[in-house]
Ligand binder design. Structure first.
Ligand code: ATP
Ligand code: MG
Ligand code: FE
Length: 336
């Protein structure tokens, strides 16, 4: 089954064609990063206008790269939220119109759920049950994926998302947008044990990164005021280590507690080299299998949306054209 996926929730216009949820025939991403970079973050109005300009071209390219035409596909999937409402509307409306005109089933996909499916693309044999940590720009979720479409959200952030913390600290340190890759890069040159930052003791499997963010900012502020010399690399590395440790520790604990010895990470922060390294080490120590998407499927892309759409269709889920763009939706537990 061939599914066309469309993703426009933030600042990437993306279209992909995926076969049977696992095999990517094309995955075209037009990134607006260069445009938003000058503003230090995504400007919603500019983002939606750019999506309007690029969507037809990007979908065309997805068909061209796959060597297919619109008559070859079996369904259309698109992100309906969470994200920027103006941006979401562009991809969602395009997908609905295409599905209607070609009489193809339409599936609305939750962007965060979509991130998880990047793992099923990278590992064609991977099957639930598994523990999933979604760490993206706006979300941090610890999930028990019991089966496709059947999951329990056991933890989330009480305030900032992991990626948001990276972006805010990077901005404060003058490293620019997007902050995650910038911190990852400079942290390699720093001493991660130079500074000890506090991490909030949050209940159970929940997270909190806002206190850590303030601690780092206050620390740097103090160093500046006192005229003390310091290296941004050391700050970035110490901050990154603190975030990584708490994410890995809670995820490993959940795997041990549930005896589900498979961990997958997803979302933009899954691209972080220090996070990947720590997970590999700790999972090996505890005899847990570790899965992480290829870099290109960690951040926003339409292949993961097409994949998620496929598995929904397999479960008999088809969406109505009444499905609207929703800026804020949290991932709620779906148990059978
Ligand atoms: P959401 O998926 O929650 O709606 P989003 O779509 O903006 O948010 P993603 O595309 O999943 O988020 O990922 C972008 C985030 O990932 C940004 O916060 C970015 O800083 C972070 N990120 C990307 N690469 C890295 C990296 N190497 N290290 C740490 N963070 C990273
Ligand atoms: Mg983005
Ligand atoms: Fe995302």
């Amino acid at each position: 089954m061939l599914v066309l996926g469309i993703e426009t929730s933030c600042d990437e216009t993306s279209a992909a064609i995926v076969e049977d949820g696992r095999k990517v025939l094309s995955n075209v991403i037009y990134s607006q990063i260069d445009i938003h970079h000058q503003f230090g973050g995504v400007v919603p109005e500019i983002a939606s206008r750019k999506h309007v300009e690029k969507i037809s071209y990007v979908v065309d390219m997805a068909f061209k790269q796959a060597g297919l035409t619109v008559n070859d596909i079996d369904a259309v999937a698109a992100t309906y939220g969470p994200g920027l409402v103006g941006s979401l509307l562009v991809g969602l409306s395009f997908a609905k119109a295409l599905s209607f005109s070609k009489k193809l089933p339409f599936v609305a996909v939750n962007h965060i759920e979509g991130h998880i499916y990047a793992n099923f693309i990278t590992y064609p044999e991977l099957m639930p049950p598994l523990i999933v940590l979604v760490v993206s720009g706006g979300h941090t979720n610890l999930i028990i994926l019991k089966d496709f479409e059947e999951y329990e959200v056991v933890g989330k952030t009480r305030d900032d998302a992991a990626g948001e913390a990276f972006d805010k600290i990077a901005r404060y340190l003058g490293l620019g947008y997007p902050g995650g890759p910038a911190i990852d890069k400079v942290a390699k040159l720093g001493d991660e044990d130079k500074y000890k930052y506090p991490v909030a003791d949050i209940d159970g499997y929940n997270f909190s990164f806002s206190g850590l963010k303030s601690a780092v900012i206050n620390h740097v502020h103090g160093l500046l005021q006192n005229g003390e010399k310091f290296k941004i690399e050391d700050i970035a590395a110490s901050f990154q280590k603190t975030v990584v440790n708490i994410l890995v520790e809670k995820t490993i604990n959940l795997s041990l507690e549930t005896d589900i010895k498979k961990i997958a990470v997803a979302g933009g922060v899954a691209a972080n080299s220090r996070l990947r390294k720590e997970f590999y080490e700790k999972c090996t120590q505890h005899n847990i299998e570790f899965f992480v998407p290829e870099f290109k499927y960690c951040t926003d892309n339409a292949a993961m949306i097409a994949s998620c759409g496929y598995f929904k269709l397999q479960k008999g889920i088809v969406s109505s054209y009444r499905e609207n763009a929703v800026p804020y939706i949290s991932l709620v537990s779906k148990k059978s």
